[in-house]
Design a protein around this ligand. Structure first.
Ligand code: AKG
Ligand code: FE2
Length: 247
């Protein structure tokens, strides 16, 4: 074949389209066959198997959001908020590129950077998120990001509909619901916004479209977490630090 015969932009022939479809179908059924042979118990499967089962189960339809009441006590919520005032932390608006929140990363708060992820790992990842989504309670999951978000009637009021770049997301209301009007999390397919009490937590599949309902008065403060499998978080962190070194 001469160079002029190669047209990268030509449409595939009907035969090639059929062959591609058959290959995709074959891969799908191979994947399904191997998933069916996995143990039904997530603690007996590997991390990669658990991830495959998660994708297979929720790839086409997300489960409805789940509310965990009183994940944090009122005192614990207040301690988190006092730490922000104590550190005189600056609210950032450029950490999440596409759907930016006004936020502070927990990693920048010295008295919470280690203790809060540890507490949430135990109380939320192991007890709720791992069993709910088919992961090993202690081995598989970690936080890709953990941050405190501020919505206010005279600043950022809400957040448009989006999906998060992780497997599972959650938010915990940190201040009292009496300190604002409106607010809550809107989910595709859920009629009313999910409005929780101080310390309660809403967990959801990160691919379920959701957004922050605008506050019409006052201030709403939430703790947001993006949860993923430890292997992908480690890989992305290595990639990021290598990119930083070559800059
Ligand atoms: O405001 C909320 O309830 C949702 C926040 C959120 O989805 C996010 O920060 O990614
Ligand atoms: Fe989100």
């Amino acid at each position: 074949m001469s160079e002029v015969d190669i047209d990268l932009f030509s449409d595939l022939t009907e035969e090639e389209v059929r062959a591609n479809e058959a290959r995709t179908q074959h891969l799908k059924s191979q994947r399904l066959e191997s998933i069916e042979q996995f143990s039904k118990d997530p603690t007996e499967r590997t991390l990669m198997q658990n991830r495959l089962v998660f994708r297979h189960t929720y790839g086409h339809a997300s489960p409805p959001p789940l509310t965990v009441p009183s994940l944090l006590t009122t005192e614990e919520c207040q301690d988190i908020l006092s730490e922000i005032s104590l550190q005189n932390s600056e609210w950032l608006t450029s950490r999440h590129s596409a759907f930016a929140t006004t936020d502070i990363p927990v990693s920048s708060l010295p008295n919470l950077a280690v203790s809060l992820p540890a507490l949430l790992h135990d109380r939320l990842l192991s007890r709720w998120i791992a069993p709910q989504f088919g992961f090993h309670p202690t081995r598989d999951l970690a936080f890709r990001d953990l941050f405190i978000v501020r919505y206010a009637h005279d600043a950022q009021r809400g957040l448009q509909m989006h999906t998060d770049g992780c497997l599972v997301s959650f938010n915990v209301l940190l201040n009292s619901h009496t300190e604002f009007e409106g607010g809550g999390t809107i989910f595709e397919g859920v009629e009313k916004p999910v409005q929780i009490q101080q310390g309660d937590c809403v967990i959801h599949d990160a691919h379920l479209q959701h957004g922050g309902m605008e506050v019409s008065s006052g201030v709403r403060l939430i703790l947001v977490g993006f949860v993923d499998t430890v292997d992908t978080i480690t890989k992305d962190n290595i990639g990021r630090s290598m990119a930083a070194r070559t800059m």
